[in-house]
Design a protein around this ligand. Structure first.
Ligand SMILES: Nc1ncnc2c1ncn2[C@@H]1O[C@H](COP(=O)(O)OP(=O)(O)OP(=O)(O)O)[C@@H](O)[C@H]1O
Ligand SMILES: [Mg+2]
Length: 405
């Protein structure tokens, strides 16, 4: 777990609009520096309300919000707002101001000298791959996607550490949307900005977020990392939001070999005698033994047939050691290995760490269970044959971590 370094903390925050409509209630949430937090939920679930309280565009009706440890209610609202970048849904560029004036609005309010503002504007326009002479245009002279880019960089102009974005890419074509998503993700990762982002779109949230906050009827239903949400949705509502297909897909996409392996496999060192090997096989009821050195590095295997035929002229495990062994590395995604393992018809596959030390084995039975769960989950139409299951998991590329020694 990364170290907690909160930039925004909600403590039992509530917002009641005039007329008694409770928009959000019991909001407890910590946003750490450098995080990318996505609020997701249906229309009217309170996402915008929760976000707008962070920079005091809305005042909570109850509870406390801390910004860098300070109760925002006790700070100057205007100053606070200038410290926090904000991108609103319809971009919100001022039509009578040039792009330059729009971008440098807050820096100007913060009384940056003209030279510094100009430098910043040039730097930012380059960042979103727009020509510098666009700075002198008016918003109406830009396409919708270009305006949206300006909206994003405007939120960055005053070097704010925290950026709030309310469905910023809603109305964009998929290509522009993707390039802006990448830009924002880059800013968050490379420049260490903290982003709070509202979206309706689970794909967008899964792609961008380090933390997803699922809201429903003014409450936080789940607050977790994307992989946690995918693997353990808090309830049916979250499952619905993720969608069945994505859920199934996601399990194979995030499950690593180490998660389904059996630990403590039966192994023997090369110096042991063959009679010891036979005894161990009998005792553990196995017909092969993995061979590791004293430091647990996987060296190969021995099997009962070779042992049987070589018994007269061989004495130690190393004499009959077979070094051609198929193994997988523990952090390999299951989807990248399952097909290989099944096709080879192996009963089990040893799992090693990245240094080659034996960590466990994955049995064929465990894989079949996992493939079944992944593809069919709890559905009860269990009529499919094994071979069909294999085909369904073979869409991924070669298992880069699987090889022979
Ligand atoms: N100014 C307002 N006065 C009264 N009620 C409001 C006001 N603004 C929002 N609401 C209500 O508060 C609730 C939460 O609204 P909010 O805008 O936070 O939802 P949202 O999750 O952002 O929805 P959307 O996805 O449609 O933008 C809704 O029931 C909404 O009708
Ligand atoms: Mg909203």
């Amino acid at each position: 777990m990364p170290k907690e370094n909160p930039i925004v903390v909600f403590k039992d925050v509530k917002k009641v609009y005039r007329g008694g409509n409770i928009a959000v209630e019991h909001i407890n949430l910590t946003i750490n520096k450098g995080d990318f937090v996505c609020f997701i939920g249906r229309s009217g679930s309170g996402k915008t309300t929760a976000m707008r309280m962070i920079n005091r565009m809305l005042e909570p009706s109850g509870g406390t919000i801390l910004y860098n440890g300070e109760d925002i209610h006790k700070t100057d609202a205007v100053k606070l707002r200038r410290r926090i970048g904000y991108v609103i849904q319809n971009i919100g560029l001022m039509p009578h101001m040039t792009i330059y004036e729009n971008i440098t609005l807050v820096p100007k309010l913060l009384k940056w000298p003209e030279e510094k503002r100009r430098k910043k504007a040039k730097e930012l326009i380059k960042l979103v791959e727009l020509p510098e002479d666009f700075l002198d245009r008016y918003p109406s002279e830009l396409s919708g996607g270009q305006q949206q880019r300006v909206g994003v960089i405007r939120a960055l102009a005053a070097d704010q550490d925290l950026i709030l974005m309310d469905e910023p890419f809603g109305a964009l074509d998929p290509i522009t949307r993707e390039s802006l998503q990448e830009l924002v993700k880059h800013l968050q990762e490379k420049l260490g900005k903290t982003v709070v982002f509202v979206t309706h779109d689970m794909d967008e949230a899964l792609k961008l977020a380090t933390q997803i906050v699922v809201m429903d009827s003014g409450h936080i239903i789940q607050n977790a990392s994307p992989s946690e949400i995918l693997q353990h949705p808090a309830n049916d509502f979250v499952e619905d939001l993720i969608g069945e297909d994505r859920l199934m897909q996601a399990r194979a996409d995030v499950t690593t070999v180490s998660q389904i392996m059996l630990k403590n496999p039966v192994s023997i060192t090369p110096g042991r005698s063959l009679s010891e090997a036979v005894r161990l096989m009998r005792q553990r009821r196995v017909d092969t033994l993995l061979v590791t050195d004293d430091d647990d590095y996987l060296k190969g295997y021995i099997d009962i047939e070779t042992l049987n035929t070589s018994y007269r002229h061989a004495t130690s495990v190393s004499d009959i050691l077979n070094t051609k062994i198929f193994y997988v590395v523990d952090d390999t995604l299951l989807r990248d290995t399952v097909d290989r393992i099944l096709k080879r018809g192996l009963k089990y596959v040893p799992v090693v760490d990245k240094n080659g030390k034996l960590r466990g084995i994955v049995t064929r039975a465990a894989i079949v269970d996992m493939v079944y769960d992944t593809i069919w989950g709890d559905s009860d139409d269990g009529g499919e044959s094994g071979s069909e299951k294999n085909e369904n998991t073979s869409r991924s590329g070669a298992a880069s971590n699987a090889r022979e020694v």
